[in-house]
Design a protein around this ligand. Structure first.
Ligand SMILES: [Zn+2]
Length: 162
């Protein structure tokens, strides 16, 4: 099951209320919300602690790029499409067979292989798992990479920015 907050694949998720919407999260993220089973209901005022935790998370998230400047950061490899295509072909699967086997639309996979579509976290992890490949790379967040981080936003960036 996928935690709807951090995107981690965990054995169990639990429903909590965060900002009045019910989402399923992992145990680590559950502390940021109000336990749906313990009577936290949509519309109930969040506690001061919950608000503080939320603000803290936001601060941390917004500060991420600066905080990591000069250190390492992990990002999608530039030729992810080729990596996916070659791994698929090595398995002797055509696009139809492969997309069928992982329950995705053929067009989605074909656009990813053409580097036209950046897979979201969930799909990226699925591709990595199914094809036994790695689509993320660690890069030095030096001056040179700063320019790169201002490139086209991926879906992942977009989610992080809310
Ligand atoms: Zn989580």
């Amino acid at each position: 099951m996928i935690c709807e907050m951090c995107g981690k694949d965990v054995p169990v998720t639990r429903p909590v209320f965060i900002e009045r919407s019910k989402i399923n999260v992992c145990a680590a993220c559950a502390k940021f919300g109000e336990d749906a089973k313990a009577g936290g209901a949509p519309g109930s005022a969040p506690s001061a602690v919950a608000i503080e935790q939320r603000l803290e998370r936001r601060r941390r998230r917004m500060g991420t790029r600066d905080a990591y400047a000069g250190t390492e950061t992990v990002s999608l490899v530039e030729d992810y499409g080729r990596v996916v295509r070659e791994a698929r072909q090595k398995r002797g699967l055509d696009l139809d067979e492969f997309s069928d086997s992982i329950g995705e639309r053929r067009g989605t996979i074909s656009r990813i292989e053409a580097n036209e579509l950046v897979p979201d976290d969930k799909l990226r992890k699925k591709l990595e798992r199914e094809l036994d490949i790695t689509l993320m790379e660690t890069v030095q967040a030096s001056g040179a990479v700063t320019a790169k981080s201002q490139g086209p936003m991926t879906l992942e960036d977009f989610i992080k920015r809310e």
